[in-house]
Structure formats: C-alpha cells, structure tokens
Write a protein that binds this ligand. Sequence first.
Ligand SMILES: [Fe+2]
Length: 189
Amino acid sequence: MKAESYSIPQLVADLRQIRAQLKDEREILHAVRPIARRAALARDTWLEKRMYQADEQQGFGVHLLHEEPDHTLAVLALSWLPHRGTPPHDHGTWAVVAGVEGPEKNEFFERSDDRSRAGHADLRKVGQKVCGTGDVLAMPNGVIHSVWNESDAVSVSLHIYGKHINHTGRSQFDLEKKTETPFVVRVAH
Ligand SMILES: [Fe+2]
C-alpha cells in the first residue's frame, strides 16, 4: 500500500487550525498526536536527503521545516547519529515527537530537588519508551527526557513544538553534576 501524501504546509495549516480552536494544552496535544503520526508516515512527501545530516559535535542535526514569525508552531526534523543523543532536558513548551526512521530511546525524569538553588537540579529516572517509525510521544510543558539513538544507523524524527525550543529559555540537566544549564541547539542552515 502506498503511503498517503501529507506535506509540511498541510501539517502547518492543521496546526494553525488546532491552535485557533483549542487553548487547553492537553486538548492541543491530543489533536496534534494523530497529525504528527500522519506526517511521519507520509515522510516520502517531505523528507529530504539533507535532513539526515547531523552535527558531529552536537550528536544530532536540527532541520527547521517551519516556524511562525513569533517562533510558535515550530516543526523540525531531527537526525540522530548512531550511539549519540541528548542529555536530559525540558522544552519550555509542549512537544510532540513522531518517529520517522529508526528507533530512538527516550528516558523520562522527574526532579527530586526543591528548586531552591539556582543551577542545581537532582533528577530521578521515572520511565522510558523506545519510539520507532510512526510512534508518537506527546509531552506537556515541563516534561524532562533524554533521547538516545542506540542503533548503528542515523535515525530521524519529526518534532512539533508550541514554540521553537531555542526561544523558550529551556534547560539541560547533568545527572552526575546535578546541574541545570541553558540548552540551545545548533540549527542546520
Ligand atoms: Fe526533547
């Protein structure tokens, strides 16, 4: 069976409609989930070779497919180098991630400190989920997770955020050092 076509402009039109109609974050996530999966499964419509390119230093590649002028409704393709990933981080906004190619291991964390010391953060692992093609992860604002590509090939996933993650003041966490620092990613041009 041939996968249906679903372009990034179509996805963005649907995202705009969802945002116009829904204000509650839970309802937004519920509505974005199926269209993220639809876009992931329709990858032949929009996925380009260049989107497999990743930043060696960073461990992954960030390819911006869309953002509104005020940085909201950001759509990105992320490519993950084999056996690389991210430290635990939050997003500063809601996030929906759909697997496009290859499995990505997500580990979820909760803070066990009282947030009274700036820059200090103690995390404990609370779960994990491996996302393959078409699997969707919907994360409310505040969720902390790490992503790891355990496979021997580059993996790709489609990420939709309420706001571009470099404009939310979000954080990354160091589990051993117990620190919280700003997390800004390098976007491919
Ligand atoms: Fe993330």
